[in-house]
Design a binder for this molecule. Structure first.
Ligand code: SF4
Length: 394
């Protein structure tokens, strides 16, 4: 038979089918056992454990699946109000986090010079004794107040609020909170008389206009607000995003205001100007619930969009349009307090301006705005007076 292109391809096809069949024909018991060992986890008996994700302080409820004593999958618990069956990317990556070969699993004591990177792994008892001896020595030579205790997030109140008191030091602090949410809490206390609290009390379900200033939900925020924002958008809520970057949430906004960094307070004053001069504020709410409206109106009278445009690099139209959008949707219109609000040093004042605008919109304490939170009442357990009272934060 002459070797044509068609014959050659036919022959090659037959050869490859024969080669593929060969290993099957030779399959022995040993191979079958080996194959069985590679059975994927979802074909093996699994165990389900209900717990919380501790990768960030939000603490979503999770459902953990393990096979043969090893975690293989982490899902959001559908009955948990925070995760609602979904997790953020960090939570999803929890399995790799758990089995990361570089994960710190026990205390380490430095054995080399500082910066040399030499440590030895020790037991918890050894680590605690070592630390206690060192702390006692500093207390006896320099006094207890020479030690500061700095903590952050879940469980830190024992370390920052309780332990320093028993040690005799007034220096317990949460510096990371001071770099994150403290200005929004302080400003809220000054303006509304009530701190925001750890979970932003925004009524996402009813809001008709949401304004984010420097808040990049989806890049930096926690699981639940991201779901809430996505649901609000799906429902048709308007979204205004103020951010120098075209962030992931800016891409979804009705209006994106690429502001010059550090000029947000000028924008807020101009928004107040537009809301007041165009009578887009909630007059009845302001009369019933606020103090100092006349002073505010006087203060922002010359803070026009033209004035702010020169400072913010936005156009007067962008400033007017965004103020009108939020004003028309009042009182279901809210500037979200946000997280990570320590930027330029004027943060508490900027947050006060945000809260004042929320009051102009009639959104504070109203449906579709910011709701008032109330914790469960627990009788305080008797204890000696604290020298320092812990701050807010998470
Ligand atoms: S927000 Fe993400 S990292 Fe934080 S607790 Fe929830 S799933 Fe875990």
């Amino acid at each position: 038979m002459p070797l044509t292109r068609r014959n050659f391809l036919r022959g090659a096809g037959a050869l490859s089918v024969g080669a593929a069949l060969l290993p099957t024909l030779r399959t022995s018991n040993a191979t079958l056992r080996k194959m069985a060992a590679k059975t994927p986890w979802y074909r093996k008996p699994t165990r389900t454990t209900y717990t919380v994700c501790d990768i960030c302080p939000w603490r979503c409820g999770v459902v953990v699946t393990s096979a043969e004593g090893r975690v293989v999958k982490i899902d959001g618990n559908p009955r948990d109000p925070k995760s609602r069956g979904m997790l953020c990317a960090r939570g999803q990556g929890g399995v790799s986090f758990l089995y990361d070969p570089d994960r710190l699993k026990q205390p380490m004591i430095r054995v080399g010079e500082r910066g040399e990177g030499k440590f030895k792994a020790v037991s918890w008892d050894e680590a605690l004794d070592y630390t206690a001896q060192k702390l006692a020595k500093i207390r006896d030579t320099d006094g207890p107040e020479s030690v500061a205790f700095l903590g952050h997030t879940n469980g830190d109140s024992w370390f920052v609020d309780v332990f320093p008191q028993s040690f005799g030091s007034p220096n317990g602090a949460k510096p990371s909170t001071s770099l994150c949410t403290s200005p929004r809490e302080e400003a809220s206390l000054i303006t509304y008389g009530l701190a925001v609290g750890n979970h932003e009390p925004v009524d996402w379900d009813k809001a008709r206009c949401l304004t984010l200033i420097g808040t990049h939900i989806g890049e930096d925020a926690r699981n639940t607000p991201m779901q809430d924002l996505a649901n609000a958008r799906a429902r048709g809520a308007k979204l205004i995003v103020v951010d120098p970057r075209f962030s992931s949430v800016a891409m979804k906004a009705d209006l994106w205001l690429p502001i010059k960094p550090g000029t947000d307070t000028a924008l807020l004053l101009a928004w107040a100007n537009v809301l007041i001069t165009e009578k887009l504020y909630d007059r009845e709410y302001v009369e019933a619930w606020t103090h100092g409206f006349d002073e505010l109106a006087k203060h922002v009278a010359d803070k026009t969009p033209e004035w702010a445009a020169k400072i913010t690099d936005l156009t007067p139209d962008q400033i007017r349009e965004s103020a009108r959008l939020m004003g028309r949707q009042r009182p279901q219109s809210v500037i979200v307090p946000g997280r990570h609000v320590v930027w330029y040093g004027n943060d508490t004042q900027r947050m006060r301006a945000i809260y004042i605008i929320n009051a102009l919109l009639g959104a504070y304490g109203r449906e579709g705005g910011i709701y008032l939170t109330k914790g469960p009442y627990l009788e305080e357990y008797p204890h000696p007076p604290y020298a320092v009272v812990g701050g807010a934060g998470g």
